[in-house]
Write a protein that binds this ligand. Structure first.
Ligand code: CTP
Ligand code: MG
Length: 236
């Protein structure tokens, strides 16, 4: 069933989905690879569309798959599909350029985090609504982390108590994200990194293990298992 987005919502979600998925191995672009019989992108969009504040979803699709992506998402939710770029950052910039007037909160969410809990979309959006310029979901780092030289010698042990693993959706006041992308020079792997360079304060909210990024075949197998245990988008 096609999800109805909220015409009075204040959130636009950009979904970069144009990557090749090199680390997942040969096959279709990663966002189109199947999890429980459906493309990762379909799972991600379905869960985002369940979040009550979402007004607009813009997907940046692999350039050769734009029409296929439009067709596969038509039954899921009303989304805007744009042509993705050569880097994640250029895909996000293309999606940002397609957000209509209205939503003043913009979230960026990787299609590769297919099992995103809708409550995480809401908690990041609520943090921006409460007056913060930027917000990111984070998890504590569990493993011991060491700095290692190029030839494999341990240089030191990093104090992990101050470290966090960062997920998406990352949320921003719309003008903050627009200014950061307009000023961007280096390609970074996340949008909070761009706004940090502008001197903007970024606030952390608790992340979710379900927002894990599917990068390797192991991650895809783990996500299959998680989906079997929690197929409903409502779970946290
Ligand atoms: N992405 C994108 N445009 C790109 C590169 C990445 O929209 N040119 C998106 C991916 O589709 C993914 C998200 O950014 O949803 C996070 O990137 P990553 O996990 O690195 O995905 P891929 O680039 O597809 O994977 P790989 O690096 O293994 O090729
Ligand atoms: Mg990549």
């Amino acid at each position: 069933m096609t999800a109805q987005l909220n015409p009075r919502g204040d959130v636009a979600v950009l979904v970069p989905a144009a990557g090749a998925g090199v680390r997942l191995g040969p096959g279709a672009p990663k966002a189109l690879r199947l999890l429980a019989g459906e493309p990762l992108l379909v799972h991600a969009v379905r869960r985002i569309a369940t979040a009550p504040s979402v007004h607009t979803i813009v997907v940046a699709a692999p350039p050769a798959e734009v029409e296929a992506v439009r067709l596969m998402l038509a039954p899921v939710a009303e989304v805007i599909v744009v042509v993705g770029g050569a880097t994640r950052q250029s895909s996000v910039a293309a999606a940002l350029g397609a957000v209509p007037a209205g939503p003043e909160i913009v979230l960026v969410h990787d299609a590769a985090r297919a099992l995103i809990p809708p409550v995480l979309v809401e908690s990041v959006a609520a943090t921006i609504r409460a007056g913060h310029d930027a917000a990111i979901p984070v998890l504590p780092v569990i493993d011991t982390v060491k700095e290692v030289s190029a030839d494999g010698l341990v240089l030191g042990t990093v104090d992990r108590s101050a470290l966090r693993a960062v997920q998406t959706p990352q949320g921003f006041r719309r003008p903050v994200l627009a200014a950061a992308h307009a000023a961007a020079v280096d390609a970074l792997t996340d949008d909070a990194g761009l706004v940090e360079k502008q001197g903007v304060r970024v606030t952390c909210v608790p992340g979710s293990p379900y927002a894990m990024k599917i990068t390797t075949p192991f991650d895809l197998a783990l996500a299959e298992h998680l989906w079997q245990t929690q197929p409903e988008p409502g779970v946290g």
